[in-house]
Design a protein around this ligand. Structure first.
Ligand code: SF4
Length: 265
């Protein structure tokens, strides 16, 4: 990998112990997992399958007996949902793997926070130190629905992926009430992407600054509305340029000391 890439890119990786999902809300409409599978000619994306090659990825070692992944930020279940019902039989093993790899930080992202409590390991206590529990939300409705459920589960860290943002989200009220460590905001990408408005982004950022929450604008989506102008068909490269040149990121000290930001996924 290029030596110039920042640490957070070098240090993050996806771990997909199972693959396949069902849509649960508007944010799933253009789910990249279905799009990616279709492009590769893969059918049956709605069938949840345990991965033959990736299930034990965090425990895999090289020829010298060293873990392939060391001191990494691991994005968990990016082609499914860690708490999906069909994976109930495999989740205990996945927790065992997470427990063993204390040097790695696991971001566990879900759109099914109502299932978390029933799916925690027996020794969870106040949360594993190496797990950041996260929900993704796309609009005001899912923000108000999922944040209270997430924050009533004991955990060491809570993150929110406000992506794909498809409508304005007023975050002040719940950030007054609940502690969130980090909000990652992103638009939708792809040929059918729904627009994201720059003013929505600024409002969430302002709210994060007022509440001491780390804010990271990770991509602006394929369609960005800025004032009277609509930027359509933006490539990932364009999006990266727009986000980095806007300098909107707000990093709160000690929230994520090792991994200041995170790459796209
Ligand atoms: S929950 Fe996630 S993986 Fe499942 S359909 Fe929705 S966006 Fe896709």
């Amino acid at each position: 990998m290029n030596e110039d890439v920042p640490d957070f890119v070098r240090n993050s990786v996806s771990w997909n112990p199972w693959h396949g999902c069902h849509r649960v809300s508007d944010g799933c409409l253009n789910c990249y997992m279905f799009v990616g599978d279709k492009k590769r000619g893969v059918t049956g994306s709605d069938i949840v399958r345990r991965s033959k090659t990736q299930f034990d990825l965090p425990l895999q070692k090289d020829r010298r007996g060293k873990y392939l992944l060391h001191d990494r930020l691991i994005l968990t279940s990016m082609t499914s949902d860690f708490f999906i019902e069909e994976a109930d039989a495999w989740r205990k093993e996945a927790w065992d793997i997470i427990r063993k790899r204390k040097d790695c930080t696991f971001i566990i992202l879900t759109k099914r926070p109502q299932r978390i409590m029933d799916c925690l390991p027996s020794d969870w206590g106040e949360g594993y130190p190496n797990v950041r529990l996260s929900v993704s939300v796309e609009n005001q409705y899912t923000w108000e629905e999922r944040i209270p459920i997430l924050c009533n589960v004991p955990a060491k860290k809570y993150d929110v992926f406000l992506a794909p943002m498809i409508g304005p989200v007023h975050t002040d009220e719940l950030l007054d009430e609940y502690h969130i460590d980090c909000i990652y905001l992103g638009g939708e990408y792809g040929p059918n992407a729904r627009p994201c408005d720059y003013d929505w982004v600024l409002e969430v950022r302002e709210s994060c600054i007022c509440h001491g929450v780390t804010f990271h604008w990770r991509n602006c989506g394929s369609v960005l509305v800025k004032g009277d102008h609509i930027y359509d068909g933006l490539s990932l490269e364009d999006q990266g340029r727009i986000c980095s040149s806007a300098h909107l990121d707000h990093i709160v000290d000690d929230v994520m000391p090792k991994y200041k930001q995170m790459t796209l996924f």
